[in-house]
Design a binder for this molecule. Sequence first.
Ligand SMILES: Cc1cc2nc3c(=O)[nH]c(=O)nc-3n(C[C@H](O)[C@H](O)[C@H](O)COP(=O)(O)OP(=O)(O)OC[C@H]3O[C@@H](n4cnc5c(N)ncnc54)[C@H](O)[C@@H]3O)c2cc1C
Length: 388
Amino acid sequence: MQDTLRPDPHAQIKDEVRKLCAKFPGEYWRRLDRERGYPTEFVTALTEAGYLGALIPEEYGGAGLPLSAAAAILETVQSEGCSGAACHAQMYIMGTILRHGTDAQKTAYLPKIATGELRLQAFGVTEPTSGTDTTSLRTFARKEGDHYVVNGQKVWTSRAEHSDLMLLLARTTPRDQIERRTEGLSTFIVDMREVLGKGLTIRPIRTMMNHNTTEIFFDNMVVPAENLVGVEGRGFRYILDGMNAERLLIAAECIGDAKWFLKKATDYARDRQVFGRPIGQNQGIQFPLARAYAQMRAAELMVQAGCAKFEAGETPGEEANMAKMLGADAAWAAAEACIQTFGGFGFAEEYDVERKFRETRLYQVAPISTNLILSYLAEHVLGLPRSY
Ligand SMILES: Cc1cc2nc3c(=O)[nH]c(=O)nc-3n(C[C@H](O)[C@H](O)[C@H](O)COP(=O)(O)OP(=O)(O)OC[C@H]3O[C@@H](n4cnc5c(N)ncnc54)[C@H](O)[C@@H]3O)c2cc1C
């Protein structure tokens, strides 16, 4: 299987990432999966090699690479059987500080994020009651002189226990005092080292895969006013601005997953003999793999189209949403075909198939569910009436 169908400007980066990933084989991830541990060594290696700072401009100590390079990094992490979920958020969350932060914030945080001295892995948006309906979130940040006092709760705040900073979206104007539902929300940089145990409580949530996710409680948590990002009340817009990059990067991870499943399954199908011939000779085994392969290639082209638009300074809303959905579907189709190809052995821990199968299922739901993508396309691309 070729790596890509078109000439790949990031082939060299991919080769380097492959070498790094080879130091973190299946046993490493299996152990962490059993223990629900965090891949500290892997994240450190990626950071030290400069990959997590790929999108941070050179003037702030990052690599200043384009989005397509970041996509190539995350795709390769997944296609080599590693897990970008442990650290991918750092790549796209920092975009909010870069685009909307003050010079002082950029200088204080970005260089340290690039070196790994500060980890910006936590993104506090989702709440238990609001769910997908972000603009009805209730966590409230009340301004009191030179600081804000935050009360409320978040859920699914992944990596919070392994991050120094959190990008938080909170309400700053009560919902009944705003004209448009997208107003009245603000974005803050929370230094969790300062407030843990002093207004901030983090509780891990055990999930079907190892994702280090948590729920978070704010009880009169104090955040300095200087940690507000951009203009008060415009936070939702800032978060939306970052979503196209996020969706394209997650789509790239899904493509990496699909490639991993396809390689694993086709190797096995060529090798495994049943009824005196390789199982891969049966069209019942071939066709689901061939279909997943075609889906993966379509998603890959959509990621390339979205990244090209993003890098040209245009807004790739349509492409980013389609890439995320096609990528998640391709990864899931490949996962399903792979576990079926392995038969009983697909369920045995040692082949890694069942672990990756559990992991890749998430992308049908998070960071945005397939239904909401379809809704976006129906309304914003096809011009149908808004459904919610
Ligand atoms: C492991 C994990 C990690 C996560 N990490 C983070 C994180 O780091 N930070 C963060 O902020 N969030 C995070 N999330 C949250 C994630 O973004 C949400 O789970 C996701 O957006 C869906 O929200 P919900 O779970 O509240 O589902 P709900 O909003 O309750 O939706 C439930 C179902 O109903 C469907 N639905 C809802 N409304 C409509 C509609 N109008 N039309 C059609 N279907 C609809 C949805 O598609 C979904 O399938 C994570 C979630 C998980 C599971």
